[in-house]
Design a protein around this ligand. Sequence first.
Ligand code: SF4
Length: 409
Amino acid sequence: MKNKQRDMQLQSYTCNFVNAQKDIPVGTNHLQTILAKKQQEKILNLFHADENLWNNWHWQINNRICSVQTLSQILPLSDNEIQCIKKVESYFRWAISPYYISLINPQNPQDPIRKIAIPDIKELSADGEFDPMDEAGHNPTGAITRRYPDRLIINVTNACGSYCRHCQRRRNIGTQDFVTGQDKIAQSIQYIKEHTEIRDVLITGGDPLTLEDDVLIKIVAEIRSIPHVEIIRIGTRMPVVVPQRITEDLVNGLKQYHPIYINMQFNHPQEITPQSTYACNLLADNGFVLGNQMVLLNGINDDKYVVQLLNQNLLKIRIRPYYIFHAKNIIGTTHFRTSIQTGLDIMKHLRGNTSGLAIPTYVLNAPRGAGKIPLNYRNYQELSDGNILFETWEGKKIILSKDGSLVNE
Ligand code: SF4
C-alpha cells in the first residue's frame, strides 16, 4: 500500500510539466516543421533559390538577411517595428541566416527565436558595459584570452551564422566579418607551445565554424601537435543557426584530432529541429563530445519547464547540458537579464524532477574577468549542535550528522 501511494505521488509530480509542455513550442513537432517548411519556400522564392542551395552552408551565410526591407517580406512587421530596427541597426549589426529565420512562427509575436534574432528598441538602453569581463585586459598575446591556470581561449574570427541579440561577446562583432590574421594565430599557437601548463584550448569567436574547412582544420591540427595540449574545445552556435555547416567533409577533417569537445548554445526547445538533430547526430556518431551552454534569457527561457524540456530534448540528441550562464551586464543586451533568484528557482526545480544528466551548472561570470562563480541554491543549514539540517528535492527536512548519517526526519 505504501509503495502504491508513493508511486502515485511521484506520478503526480510530472503532471504540471506534462501540462506546461502543451504551450512550449518545440522545433520537431508536426505543426512547427510545417510552418518552417512554408517559410523556407517563401524565402527560396524571394531569393530565386532551390533546396540544394538551402542545404549549402555558404549559401546560408552569403544570404543572411540584414535589411529590414527583405525581413518585412518574410515576416509581418508593423511600421513601428520597421522604424525601431532601423534605429537599432545604426548602432548594432544584425544578420539572420535564412534557415534560422524560417524557424520563426510569423503568427507569434512572442516567438522565442524572433526575440533572439530580431533587433529590439530596448537595445538602445544606456545600461550595461562594453567589456564587463575585461577581456582586453586578459589578452597576453595574439588572439588569446586567458583567465585560468591551465586553459585558454583563442578567438579565430568575429563572424557568426546569425547575430544573436543577447550576444555576450557583442563587442567582438563589430560592423564587418573578419577572420583573425595568421600572424595573431601564429602568436597564439607559439604562446601555447611555450606554456606547458596549458592542457585545454577553446577555439571560439564569433563562431569558428564560419571558417572554411581548411583554415579551421589547420588551426586544430597545429594545436593538436602540441604535446601538452590534452583536449581541444570548439564553441559554436552553427548547429543551431546554420546546421548545414556540419558536413561530412568538416567532420572527417576534424575527427583526426580527437578528443574534441563541441559546446553549443541551444537556448530554447524550438531551436532543436530535424536539421539540427541531423547535424548533432553526425557529430556524435563521429566521436565529438557535445555540450550545451544555455544563456538564461528574460522572456525566452526564464521558465523552469522550458529549461527542463530543452535539457531533456538535448539529451535525446546526445548533447549534455553543461552550463546555464547568467547573462552578463553587456550594453545593448541588459533587457535579457534576469535576477539570480530566477536561475536558482529553475535549478531547484530541475533537481529531482529530471535526470541528473539534464542538470547543468548555473554560473555567473564574475565582472572584471574574475572567473566563473557557480550559483547554488542553499539546501542546508548548520545547526548549533553540530548537525546539519537538509532540505530534500521534495522540500522535506532531514537532519544529518556531519558524516551524513541520519539523525532525525
Ligand atoms: S553566435 Fe555566439 S558570438 Fe555569435 S552573435 Fe550569437 S552569441 Fe554572439
